[in-house]
Design a protein around this ligand. Structure first.
Ligand SMILES: NC(=O)c1ccc[n+]([C@@H]2O[C@H](COP(=O)([O-])OP(=O)(O)OC[C@H]3O[C@@H](n4cnc5c(N)ncnc54)[C@H](OP(=O)(O)O)[C@@H]3O)[C@@H](O)[C@H]2O)c1
Length: 210
């Protein structure tokens, strides 16, 4: 599968490296594909990964993974708005205000993105655990959960399989209207890790009793 990763930092860079190892074609979409810093940081993503401008990477992929800071999302959305029919995986967390797209209660980053990209099938995923844990999602012999939501069942199943390739157990949280819950879960993660001092080596797991 050809996957573009827009925002090749902690989250995007890590997901791209993992999926490249699993045999996917990874197209990193960046602001400056000639930047030595960017090329150096992605040099371990394997020979098949390419570094392109955002628009070209997105245009050539079936799945667009959005992993930029929330403040950069309007700019990225503007660049890809005419590419309908793709799956967009929103990994962002609106942790800092975005003056261009202020968020009110009762909505979420993912829903605002979906509103502006009506031809895309948006799935919220990979936003509820730390980027550092994506390389090893096993905690005391248990796999962390990869919570995801979206309105398109097929798109969610596909993103669920990508989550499994990362090692996560996918948990479907329902429609995109529930993205607000996942963005709140991320805020809980940040609070526990950094304000409560537990540190980033934590993840959420849904426990079942059968
Ligand atoms: N870090 C975590 O543990 C974590 C976990 C879950 C979700 N998240 C969320 O995931 C997103 C990414 O977080 P991160 O920690 O990976 O951030 P990061 O390490 O700062 O990486 C962000 C990347 O986005 C790129 N970028 C910024 N604006 C861009 C634009 N307009 N076009 C293309 N690329 C652009 C930056 O590239 P430049 O070099 O050009 O600036 C950088 O490579 C955020 O929304 C965050 O809230 C983070």
């Amino acid at each position: 599968m050809t996957i573009s990763i827009i925002g090749a930092g902690n989250v995007g860079g890590t997901l791209g490296r993992i999926w490249a190892l699993k045999g996917h074609s990874i197209l990193f979409g960046v602001r400056n594909p000639k930047s030595e810093k960017t090329l150096r940081s992605l040099s371990d993503a394997g020979p098949s990964a390419q570094v392109l401008f955002v628009k070209e990477a997105a245009a050539r992929s079936e799945i667009v993974v959005l992993a930029t800071p929330w403040e950069s999302v309007p700019e990225v959305v503007f660049q890809i708005a005419d590419m309908s029919g793709k799956i967009l995986v929103d990994c962002t967390n609106p942790v800092r205000p975005n003056p261009e797209w202020p968020l009110s209660q009762g909505t979420s980053a993912a829903e605002e993105i979906a509103k502006r990209l009506p031809g895309f099938r948006v799935v919220k995923a990979f936003n509820t655990l730390g980027a550092g844990s994506l390389v090893d999602v096993t905690f005391e012999s248990m796999k962390a959960d990869g919570f995801l939501c979206g309105d398109d069942t097929e798109a969610k199943q596909l993103v669920g399989r990508l989550a499994e390739e990362v090692g996560l157990r996918p948990v479907d949280v329902g429609g995109l209207r529930n993205a607000e819950l996942l963005e709140s879960l991320a805020k809980l993660w940040i609070t526990l890790a950094y304000q409560q001092g537990i540190g980033p080596n934590i993840a959420f797991k849904l426990l079942h009793r059968f």
